[in-house]
Write a protein of this length. Structure first.
Length: 297
């Protein structure tokens, strides 16, 4: 297939491009800079210059493709409303092109905020509805286009998509440990995160775009629940630092912006995803990855 990938040079996106190319697909990757373009090209993909605000480029990419995988997001933590606005506009622009074609559109989402008090299931609809919702309500927008001739798919990533080179949440926790000289967890450390290795996540994206039925919600989750205390202990072991509890009211001071996420349980089941696509995670677990030195440098 000819597949258009947004976020093609990113942490997850670059692994997805590599996975797609290795399995015989042709990839057109969106790149917002010369540096990103060089990275996408080195992975074996063609380059489409543009970003999430370049709606003409997004329409062009979607129009050239047999399938679209939308992984890009501004992740503007200082101005989430702007991230949500850009996400909604970008997704709508690509859906307008794909409507009535029967082509596939896979949209990325996270597990945070889906449900409370239990792991999220693939059958749980996202509560984010409308342009002013989280991520601009893009998951529900995309899945709604199944009735408009789009092979709509959603993939929800665990809060830790880990591996060497990760610049996500665990990377920020590791940076905080280095700066503070101690690896911390909040309160009693009982909050839990799901996790998945980057390569396993990329393989699931490929399997989903190849085989998943329209309307499917896929969970890129290998380990359903890893406690934040265990994460802190693994970071401490990796960096040879002591570990301690941090009072919840000091979360932002100690960890920076990631402190607010470290207090939350963000977990999801992967039972339906495994059964639907015969997907079996193969990479190391999060704690093993940390202790093996993935975040040491």
């Amino acid at each position: 297939m000819q597949i258009f990938v947004t976020g093609a040079s990113g942490w997850i996106g670059s692994a997805v491009v590599e996975e797609l190319v290795a399995n015989g697909h042709s990839v057109l990757g969106l790149a917002r800079s010369a540096e990103s373009a060089a990275k996408v090209k080195a992975l074996g993909a063609e380059v489409l210059p543009g970003d999430l605000d370049d709606l003409a480029a997004l329409r062009s990419g979607a129009g050239q493709a047999e399938a679209v995988i939308h992984l890009a997001n501004k992740h503007d933590w200082g101005n989430p409303a702007e991230s949500d606005r850009a996400e909604r506009a970008a997704v709508q622009a690509m859906l307008d092109v794909l409507a009535g074609t029967g082509r596939a559109f896979m949209v990325a989402n996270g597990l945070s905020g889906l449900v409370e008090g239990r792991p999220a299931l693939e059958t749980d609809a996202s509560p984010a509805i409308g342009p002013d919702a989280d991520r601009g309500g893009s998951e529900n927008l995309v899945l709604g286009y199944a009735e408009k001739g789009v092979h709509s798919l959603a993939i929800r990533f665990a809060p830790s998509v880990h591996g060497a080179g990760d610049w996500g949440f665990v990377n920020f926790l590791t940076q905080a440990a280095r700066e503070r000289g101690v690896s911390g967890y909040l309160g009693d450390g009982s909050a839990q995160w799901s996790a998945v290795h980057r390569r396993d996540a990329a393989r699931l994206v490929r399997l989903g775009i190849e085989k998943a039925p329209a309307g499917a919600r896929l969970h890129a989750v290998a380990e359903q629940a890893v406690s934040t205390r265990d994460i802190a202990n693994a970071i401490a072991d990796s960096l040879d630092l002591p570990v301690t509890s941090i009072a919840p009211e000091n979360a932002t001071e100690h960890f920076g912006f990631v402190g607010s996420f470290f207090a939350d349980t963000m977990t999801g089941s992967n039972d339906r995803t495994r059964a639907l696509l015969s997907w079996k995670p193969l990479g190391p677990g999060l704690l093993e990855d940390i202790r093996m030195g993935a975040y040491r440098s």
